[in-house]
Write a protein that binds this ligand. Sequence first.
Ligand code: MG
Length: 208
Amino acid sequence: MQQIRNIFCVGRNYRLHAEELGNAVPTSPFLFSKPTHALALADGQAIALPGNQGEVHHEIELVVHIAKPYQPGMKPDDMIDRMALGIDFTLRDVQAELKKKGHPWLLAKGFPNSAVITPFRPFPGLEAVKRTDFSLLKNGERVQNGNISDVIFDLETIIRFAVDHFGLTAGDLLFTGTPAGVGPVADGDLLQMYWGDEMWGQFVVKMG
Ligand code: MG
C-alpha cells in the first residue's frame, strides 16, 4: 500500500447511526484518528481481527485521500484526488466501557486491521459521488447502505475542521462516517464493499 500519513475518522456523521447506538446527534464535527498500523487492503485475502475482546462491529464508510495541503478558498474537489470504501472496525464492547469512563477510543478503534480499505479509485468530484450509494454485504446480505449526501457534516466542513485542529496534507485519509446498520462480524464472514452495483473489495474475517 502506498504511503499514508494520517488517518482521521468522523464519528456520528449519519443521524440514524448516531441514534442506533443511543448517542446524541452531534452539533459540531466529531473526529478521532487511527494509527497507520490499522490499515489493511481488502484484496480477497483473510483479514485477522481480535477474537477475545467482545463484539467487533463493521462500519462501512466512504474514504477520501487528500492530495494537497489546504489553502484558503479550496473546496473538497481541489484537495481530494482518490477515494475508496473502507471499514472502520470497532471493538464495540470495549468502546462502551471507554465511553463510560470518559476515556479516549483508541483501544476500541486503533487495533491492527481496524481500517480496511478497498483499492483507491479516482475521485470524480463531490457532486458525482453523491449520485451513487455505497453498501456493505455480509455473507451476501446487504447490511449497510449509505450516501454521502446524507451526512450531518459535509466534506467541506469536515476538511476545514481537520485543517483547523490537526493539519491535513497530502497522504492523509479521511473516513467520513458510517450509515446505520452496524453490527458484529464472526469468524468466516465474507464482507463485500460495493459502490453502486460494482464491488470494489472483499475479504473474509478471521477472528484471532
Ligand atoms: Mg466510524
